[in-house]
Design a binder for this molecule. Structure first.
Ligand code: TSJ
Length: 651
């Protein structure tokens, strides 16, 4: 949110070309909101919502309401002071009009980001206006209801259609005792590839935002279907609630989470940091980090600083507490963080965002500050909690020993077998090409489907691994058992990368790893087991885009004719209706109960042939959700799982 109106310097600027200012947004929307897909569309919501949350965080108002309207537009409103409605003395425009028609400098995607609050977001409400078919702002202030409307409309001065043009003045349309801002916009179908707002996506983000901004009420209303849905998010304990949520299905090793906060300044960079940590008996660590409310999924200097500070203080205390004899092997940071859930949340005045998706913090000051703060605060905590700290350090030493063991096993396994050498011959049908970029590794559920797949495949680039029944649930197993599993060993050797810290992308032998299972409950379970294993043990395989799910058809729709039969496949029930129409009168339907029912030709046409098959790439877009899914679906604690399964029953 701009404060330009009260800023003396900006009064000197009288820039008539500012009328043209929204045009670049239409020409290159990606530069301002990242993409014109679903992500970019939702970016518009966060953009507007940020302003409301800012206002509330500053102590004005207590709630923001997001409404998905029946006409597909979206409304965000707050009960703050309302965007200033006064007229700017030089520009002769209202504050409202300036907010919606003038672009912020900075905050662009191709640039380094310099925005104080909002970071990635904070490119300004004007951007949303420019990308909307129309936008209406209403402000309750000084006893009046003000309203102004913007559209893609003819601009009298520029004599052409311009985006985000005011089509009304800021008018008083009524009286009210209340204060606040309400913005409604209709995303432009000419800009976005999809203009469907996704309830689950917004839902998840609002929950996160309520943990980040404790005390604020965030309300989501969906009026698109006959029955309206309302959800409210509100957290009194902030990060403490968030960590309970994250660890809901894990077994925690200490009841009270570690919570600390601090303000520091280095070289004009000031940071307010809040950290919450809790150890669990899980085999992996999980860190969620945020900068100015934005999830930093690509990590950055704040996370690294935290980790370094934590390792440093625990190592020092390990010596002080006589847990490491001089000659003993020490532990490393990773060993210490096994099973640790952490939330790192910082506010910083001048964030520099880097990385592919601009979600990696780059400021070196953040490293220094977080390192120092973590060291100091954790030292105090250990002082008061020597018993817990001792057992955590003992765990870290155990983890270090296990890691050494695994490394040795891994190296031995890697040396033993290359692609297609003896021990695998019976199990895996390898492909003839060696270049990974062409090769696919397909895990097929069941021996009979595996057999068909071996016959049907293109043996030049497709390798098949038939997988008998269910692999172990790696979420519930200790590392040593996972490593001992025959099935996983075969898989690991074939893939070539190694697991956990030893994962090496350059050793990957197949560009695509494809999980192919039946379209039924068992098949779904098998797929989840594989994904759980890969998520925990070979995560870069997923984040680097190598993992795919094959989608086999549910139905074959066909008709006998004089020549060759007319055949089409349907991949969903909706699809079936479409395909029936395409085939026309006299169609017959075969419902596939499993991959095993297809003959090799059918299997090739529907699921293997790159020209005709449908693959679904597995991504980790929402890291919190992925972690929750895996730990909930596969973990020990049963109650939340039931709840979750109900929630996601449609899977
Ligand atoms: F994005 C947006 F600009 F469209 C927008 C802004 C959207 C929504 C839903 C809310 C807001 C918004 C802005 N809510 N509250 C404010 N506050 C101000 O703009 C404001 C009010 C008073 C003063 C002041 O100094 O008196 C300063 C500001 C920035």
């Amino acid at each position: 949110m701009s404060t330009e109106i009260n800023d003396a310097q900006s009064y000197e600027v009288t820039d008539l070309t500012s009328l043209e200012k929204l045009e670049p947004v239409r020409i290159r929307p990606g530069m301002y909101i990242g993409s014109t897909g679903s992500k970019g569309l939702h970016h518009c919501i966060w953009e507007i919502l940020d302003n409301a949350i800012d206002e509330i965080s500053n102590g004005y108002g207590d709630k923001a309401i997001i409404t998905l309207n029946a006409n597909k537009s979206l409304t965000v409103e707050d009960n703050g002071r309302g965007v200033p409605t006064g007229i700017h003395p030089i520009k002769k425009k209202s504050g409202v009009e300036m907010v919606y028609t003038e672009l912020h400098t900075g905050g662009k995607f191709d640039n380094k980001n310099y925005k104080t609050s909002g970071g990635l977001h904070g490119v300004g409400a004007a951007v949303v206006n420019a990308l909307s078919e129309w936008l209406v702002v209403e402000v309750n202030q000084k006893g009046n209801i003000y309203r102004q409307r913007f559209e893609n409309a003819y601009d009298k001065e520029l004599k052409k259609i311009m985006p985000g043009t005011p089509v009304t003045k800021l008018e008083v349309v009524g009286k009210t005792e209340e204060t606040g801002t309400r913005v409604t916009f209709m995303p432009d179908k000419e800009v976005f590839t999809s203009t469907d707002f996704k309830f689950d996506y917004i839902d998840e983000r609002l929950q996160e935002l309520s943990y980040q901004n404790k005390g604020i009420r965030l309300i989501l209303i969906d009026n698109r279907k006959e029955e309206s849905i309302t959800k409210e998010y509100h957290s009194e304990r902030g990060l403490l609630d968030f960590i309970d949520y994250l660890n809901e299905s894990k077994t925690v090793l200490h009841k009270e989470p570690i919570l600390f906060e601090g303000d520091r300044e280095v070289n004009g960079i000031s940071i307010n940091a809040e950290i919450c940590m809790q150890f669990t008996d899980s085999t992996t660590e999980y860190i969620a980090s945020y900068v100015n409310n934005i999830p930093t999924t690509e990590s950055g200097t704040h996370e690294t600083g935290f980790k370094t500070g934590m390792t440093r203080v625990f190592k020092e205390w390990a010596k002080k507490l006589n847990l490491i004899k001089e000659k003993d092997k020490e532990f490393e940071g990773d060993d210490l963080r096994e099973g640790l859930t952490t939330i790192v949340k910082i506010k910083i005045n001048n964030p520099i965002f880097e990385g592919q998706t601009k979600t990696k913090l780059g400021n070196n000051e953040a490293y220094t500050i977080m390192n120092d703060l973590t060291y100091t605060k954790l030292s105090e905590w250990i002082e008061d909690n020597k018993e817990t700290a001792t057992s955590l350090i003992t765990n870290a030493l155990d983890a270090a020993a296990r890691r050494e063991k695994i490394k040795k096993i891994n190296e031995a396994e890697k040396k033993k077998v290359g692609k297609g050498t003896a021990p695998l011959a019976g199990k895996i049908a390898v492909c003839t090409l060696k270049e990974p970029e062409h090769c696919e590794f397909i895990v097929v559920e069941g021996d009979s489907a595996g057999g068909s797949a071996k016959q049907a495949r293109d043996r030049r680039f497709q390798a098949i691994m038939p997988s008998k029944g269910k692999i172990m649930n790696t979420e519930k197993q200790k590392l040593e058992n996972v490593i001992a599993s025959e099935e996983l060993k075969i898989f690991n050797v074939a893939i070539g990368t190694g697991i956990l810290d030893n994962y090496k992308e350059s050793d990957l032998k197949y560009n695509k790893i494809i999980i192919m299972s039946d379209a039924d409950v068992d098949g779904y379970h098998i797929r989840t087991l594989w994904m759980t294993y890969l998520y925990r043990y070979m995560r870069p395989l997923i984040t680097n885009g190598h993992l795919y799910i094959a989608l086999p058809p549910l139905y074959k729709v066909y008709k006998h004719t004089k020549g060759a039969d007319l055949v089409k496949y349907a991949y969903s029930d909706d699809d079936l209706e479409k395909v029936k129409k395409e085939i026309g009168k006299g169609f017959l339907i075969q419902r596939y109960k499993g991959l095993g029912e297809m003959n090799p030709d059918q299997l090739w046409d529907t699921t293997l042939n790159p020209e005709t098959r449908t693959l679904q790439q597995v991504t980790l877009e929402d890291a919190v959700k992925a972690e929750k899914m895996v730990s909930l679906l596969m973990g020990d604690v049963v109650e939340p799982r039931k709840h979750y399964l109900y929630k996601y029953a449609e899977f």
